[in-house]
Design a protein around this ligand. Sequence first.
Ligand code: ADP
Length: 221
Amino acid sequence: MRIILLGAPGSGKGTVAEALRAVTGFPKISTGDLLREAVREKTPLGLVAASQMGKGGLVDDATVLALLRERLARADCRGGYVLDGFPRTLAQADSLDALGAAGPEIVFDLQVSDETVVARLASRRTCPNCEAIYHLVNRPPQAPGVCDVCGTALVQRNDDTAEVIRERLKTYHAKTAPLTARYAAKGGIHRIDGNGSAGTVISEVRRVLDTLLGCPDEAGK
Ligand code: ADP
């Protein structure tokens, strides 16, 4: 099974993907995380990607696809996987189709207003080591400034500044939002109101997933 999460930056894709990883046992594959790892390790690909990411644009399709293919080749993806942040362009969606799917494909679109995005991202803090996500008000770490999972000092991502957030939103509306129509026409898309709390959004995604997978008892919860 392949689960695809579409949505603007800050729509909650990473948080929902983590919840889906926990319930399905499928790995969560975030192209943003893969790219940040390449940037940290200063690989040739990371050096190219860093400038685009810092400006709020997209990294070129060929580079991201190469990283993704490498990750999907690992054994843990055989049964299925959860994609966070890919595809982000129509060309990437075509490439993903060409890769074939490990069984059925389920697509969620997390819908949020631009105001929600700006408010969320400005207060987001992330762990540079394990990529856990926090929010200063809605989801603070237990000890201020420190990751609950691995104890690393939290940081504000360098693309979570007001100016870059505006650029990322522009990029999303121009290049990624058109994907929803494509997937709606292809096989259906599940639209989820992403403006609520993480708990509310995750429950709604799980309800849809349980219904699709035919678990009526779970779906009724
Ligand atoms: P967000 O969804 O909050 O923007 P991500 O961690 O998914 O955060 O992505 C961070 C940055 O990494 C993006 O702004 C973009 O520059 C780059 N990126 C991530 N995924 C892709 C992709 N599929 N194609 C091109 N660039 C990508």
